[in-house]
Design a protein around this ligand. Structure first.
Ligand SMILES: Cc1ncc(COP(=O)(O)O)c(C=O)c1O
Length: 448
């Protein structure tokens, strides 16, 4: 019996209820408690998007204060990206990247190296943030094996760290609720205190390096800004101190700029704020906006043992590494950053985010607030007393924000906004007013 019988009954546009019925019958969503979500009746069906705005199946608009999981730093459907995508597809869609190259990837690599911290002159293309981390883990291990220092197999990470959901990246994770179930398939890492407790984290790092330095391969860190931990920020001096300590002990520093890079913090790379050069720098998300692609920028010194004529291949790669379509889009992303002065605009408008943090801090029930570049966050008192991801107050704010035309997905009881970096000033003002009202309203009703 042919499986295609009855398949694709028709292609007429569906209404909201029809989409939900099919979805709830067949789809499994990421980070979604499927049973509760299906019962909640609050399914958002997005039909289209433009700039900083999403439009649902009923025509209601929402400002995308989440940049669609922190990717759309240039907003949705930027006309130049649509053109770049169409142009590239007319020429070359996909080709394997092992032992083959093409102009979009070669040019993109050159452009990235020009923007990279000095010394990062080699680019390995990956599919997303998690595979950037997997590549970095394996490269650190193999690097030390190849230079005859094979006892360096340990990895240091921090409480609150989030580096992705593949098994290697999960091993580095410091958000307990994301890692606890997977202990049997992850490898042990030494977890240091959260970087926002800077003195404690640095003291622990120094102790660990002193005790075990010769057995440690690398420290992994989200520089300046831990995203999934609840938008927890560090100072530039913390990052400089981590670099000094790792260098002193011959330990590699891998910076995960999957979220913090591409202007989010007000400099192109977050590590630019500290003038720090890592050994490997991971980037993804905003890198190619709506197409899964990322890269790891590697110091030439780390690449050297892989480059000798007699050196064997690093046994690592994914089917879509270096995909020309994604590379053409990623190149155009960089050109737009240059032509539209995106990073300078973030640095200029960061004050608006700081003012929003100050106003949120004055609302009763707001425990603490913070901002950096185009990110503002507030930790709220949860009626259950629960901290972090266990709380429900963030979801009450989410519901209030939806009513006001804002998509404001929380991280537990932390609510935050990180809209596209080219969101206009009047939309930013609208966002902050609605966010403040939503927080106020959710906290008031949670007390009553
Ligand atoms: C800092 C950081 N690293 C890595 C990842 C994993 O990226 P991806 O979801 O593209 O695999 C994320 C995802 O949110 C992240 O925030």
């Amino acid at each position: 019996m042919c499986k295609f019988t009855g398949f694709m009954k028709d292609n007429a546009p569906m209404n909201r209820a029809q989409v939900i019925a099919l979805d709830h019958a067949h789809v499994w969503h990421p980070y979604t408690a499927m049973g509760a979500w299906r019962e909640s009746g609050s399914t958002l069906v997005i039909r289209e998007a433009d700039g900083s705005w999403l439009t649902d199946a009923d025509g209601k608009r929402y400002l995308d204060a989440n940049s669609s999981w922190w990717t759309m730093s240039l907003g949705h459907r930027h006309p130049r990206l649509l053109r770049a995508a169409a142009d590239q597809l007319r020429q070359l869609d996909h080709v394997a990247f092992a032992g083959i190259t093409h102009e979009p990837a070669a040019r993109l690599a050159e452009e990235l190296c020009e923007l990279a911290p000095a010394g990062l002159t080699r680019v390995f293309f990956v599919d997303n943030g998690s595979t950037a981390i997997e590549f970095a883990l394996k490269t650190c291990l193999e690097y030390f094996q190849r230079i005859g220092d094979a006892q360096r197999t340990g990895f240091l990470t921090f409480d609150g760290a989030f580096h992705g959901d593949t098994a290697g990246a999960t091993s580095l994770g410091g958000v307990e609720s994301f890692v606890a179930a997977f202990a049997s398939i992850t490898f042990p890492c030494t977890r240091l205190p959260c970087p926002w407790r800077e003195d404690e984290a640095l003291a622990a790092l120094a102790r660990e390096l002193h005790a075990n330095g010769p057995r440690i391969a690398a420290v992994f860190l989200e520089p300046m800004l831990q995203g999934a931990a609840g938008m927890k920020m560090q100072s530039a001096s913390f990052l400089r101190a981590v670099r000094e300590l790792t260098e002193a002990h011959g330990v590699l520093l891998v910076l995960d700029e999957v979220f913090a890079g591409y202007g989010r913090t007000g400099t192109f790379w977050a590590c630019d704020k500290a003038g720090v050069v890592p050994d490997l720098l991971c980037t993804a998300k905003a890198f190619a906006q709506f197409i899964p692609m990322g890269a790891v920028l590697v110091h030439e010194r780390i690449f050297a043992p892989f480059a000798a004529p007699e050196a064997s291949a690093l046994p690592y790669g994914h089917t879509f590494n270096g995909n020309p379509f994604a590379a053409a889009i990623a190149r155009e992303v960089l050109a737009i950053y240059r032509d539209e002065n995106i990073v300078a605009r973030v640095a200029k408008d960061a004050d608006l985010f700081a003012s929003c943090a100050a106003r949120l801090a004055a609302i009763p029930g707001v425990l603490r607030t913070r901002s950096l570049g185009f990110v503002v966050a507030a930790d709220l008192a949860d009626p259950s007393g629960s901290e972090g991801y266990g709380g429900t107050i963030g979801w009450r704010v989410f519901a209030e924000a939806l009513k006001r035309g804002i998509f404001l997905r929380p991280l537990g009881n932390t609510v935050y906004a990180c809209p596209p970096l080219n969101t206009g000033a009047s939309d930013v003002t609208f966002l902050f007013e609605a966010m403040e009202e939503s927080v106020q309203s959710a906290l008031t009703s949670s007390r009553g």
